[in-house]
Design a protein around this ligand. Sequence first.
Ligand SMILES: Nc1ncnc2c1ncn2[C@@H]1O[C@H](COP(=O)(O)OP(=O)(O)OP(=O)(O)O)[C@@H](O)[C@H]1O
Length: 848
Amino acid sequence: METEADLPDPPATTRNILAQIHPDSHSYRPFTSSSSSSLSSSSPPDFLRHVQAAFKRHRPLGMVQSTSIRPRRILVPQGEQSENSGCDGCLTVDTQKSQNVLSSKQANTVQDLIEPRKSVAAVVGETPEDSSIILPSSRGKITQSYDENLNPFELQKDQTNPVVDPKIDDVISSSCVVSQHMPVVDSQKKVQLSLGSNAITQRANERMATRMDNLSSHMSCLSLAEMEWDVSNRVEISTINDHDSQQRYFQNTGTSDIGLGSDGGISSLLAKRSALVQDQQHQFTSFLQSDVNHPMTQSSAVGSSCATTTSVRSTSAPMLNSSTYSCHITQRDLVHPSYPTVQCISETPMEVKDCDLSKEQQGCILKGSASLGDGPVNHSKDYSRIDGKSTKEKGFSGDVTDVQSQAPLTKDSSNLKLSKSEKPEKPVSGKGASTARRKSDPELFFKVNGKLYQKLGKIGSGGSSEVHKVISSECTIYALKKIKLKGRDCCTAYGFCQEIEYLNKLKGRNNIIQLIDYEVTDKNLLQEVMNGSMNIKEGRIKDDGYIYMVLEYGEIDLAHMLSQKWKEMDSSSWTIDENWLRFYWQLKPPNMTSASTDTHSGPPSTLLQILQAVKTIHEERIVHSDLKPANFLLVKGSLKLIDFGIAKAIMSDTTNIQRDSQVGTLSYMSPEAFMCNENDANGNTIKCGRPSDIWSLGCILYQMVYGRTPFAEYKTFWSKFKVITDRNHEIPYGPVSNPWLLDLMKKCLAWERNERWRIPQLLQHHFLVPPVPSKLSLSQDQSCKLLQLMAEAYGNDREASVLCSQLQQLLTDPIPPITSKLAESRDQHCLEGDWCLAVLICSGPSFL
Ligand SMILES: Nc1ncnc2c1ncn2[C@@H]1O[C@H](COP(=O)(O)OP(=O)(O)OP(=O)(O)O)[C@@H](O)[C@H]1O
């Protein structure tokens, strides 16, 4: 058992407090003007004012509670046993008797009284060393334990003969209201009123002083306390700075009285206390209600220097991540808005740290501080916004500030860097910034089907659209294509809607850009396209309609990839470096025999990917009509085709599309695209189809090889038109070391569209599927001679002789059918003479 001597001297601050509370103490007489008689005779409100004043000077503590708000205490095992349990003079009253006058709620409050006895060690330990607050990290919150049942007016009843159960220290420690003479209900539901001696009182005073000191130091750490409220599933930050309410609270508490010395007195005490508690609860509830419209609603703090209490319900509290903060604003912030310190609680359990107001600019949402002088702030809203999860649900649909702050989180910062081609969006600055951010400011956000996407920068603007880099509420980067419909003719507008249709059709195809979401503000237009009931109307669209398409984000397009490479080279001395081409295209190793990407596991070449993408759409009977390097995007290492704005579906009874207008990018346009819908020399209508896309592919390949398009020197539309539509015009091909490459280009750029190779053929072209190189370089004659010799060597072996003669035959004419077992295992490439000979030689007699 601890002795008095063990107890440390309370520091001056505590002495002051204690003296105000216990003016009879010889050691700690704070106010000379204040005597025991004067104090004991002072009215309850006076006394409360002393207490309040003392606390104001020292520690801000939250202390009110409504019926619906249940404080959570930290439950840490209390090692200390009751020192005077069973001591003489302890008046024990079975609480059962008191239950008569206690409602169930009141019983709860009594239970609350009990709880501190068990848990108070969490707040204040027995010694200064162990008095440090051990915050349960798993809770992820700070809990301030307090008890509204402690009635400071009970002090007056026993001023001259203070009786303190040592355990009351604990109660006091866990309470925001200090009471020496509180009846303590023990865990066995006994009410114990200690009627101790002066010595006990003295000791208790000292212990109390110690506790107060400890409490003071704890509260200096926890000037802002957090309580868990069961009010709602929301997190609420609130502040009380309503002095009237505080005053009312104290005045109300001052109306109680305690009768001691008899059972009835205890009952009376409990009854009054419960009435008091009810009143307090009522006061607080009405305070909360009356504060609904107050800037900082739902406060739980009392005292001029104790302005803020924050409720964070651990189970429903927002997930605060490393870059979001919930901020607790002390009253000094309220009083001195310029005061720089704001307490922020990070998600890291129980971590309380100071952060600077500048956090706001960094994305820390400090609405409270920002709005301290400005008017209402709905903190719960703020909280839900800073919650990564709830933001997903709510924040993005409502308020945008958190999006701003949350968007460029650390998820993929590299993604957030704007590429050179991206122009950052105009920052909204100045006074209007915060206001602007509160709403879904179109300057900063796109809204597609009610979902907000924050603009990160403009990627580019095509002939018909603007494309922006955006971030969604899930922190995913997308490209958002915005097409303005106003001023477009109907056909063009239909075309834009058809792009959506095609992209929907191509969903899941990994070489086509994926459409995530879209919105056409002109619903009729979309409907007509989707129903196929388009009426070609004269005139242009007058309404302010837009098409929004949320697309997978591509890091770079092929055009930029190529131009970067070309910049590295001196264009005047542009020569084909086949090794570079092979590297650049990641050509398949020569020993691969199939162009199909499905049959090998290595990375497919760029060219293969281009062809595969076009194959995909051609299989879906879609002609892209605008193939060019800029329309192949690199998305996570894969080339994907974009921009189906002028794509056309091929009708089922034809292989061509009917173009309503001449479209495409001139440098890549096929001759028939220029002459689409005109009549040829035979009077047939010229139509576009898949070969048109093949021509464009030929232009891309040409550009990759030579660094310029085939008709680059013809600058104007008419000169281009003239030369491209001229069947006699010879496309210049510079020398290339690989004749297959030259052949591939020519196969694509055949003027006659029917002469152009189709995608399946191109995929088998020797440039992509190089022939197996010969291992031996024997001439045909030499090979035949060798076979002759072998046949002779086997002499009378008729079967061997037949095989040799068949092989000889193959060498001279590879077409005839083979009936032997050699034919069963043959590969078409293997039928060439040198190879067969090699097999024969290697296999020897055993093969034969
Ligand atoms: N999903 C995307 N990811 C990244 N960038 C994109 C994406 N879609 C388009 N872009 C960029 O925006 C540019 C214009 O896009 P797009 O080609 O779709 O628009 P457009 O108006 O049809 O252009 P144009 O008619 O000139 O071809 C592209 O060149 C490309 O750089």
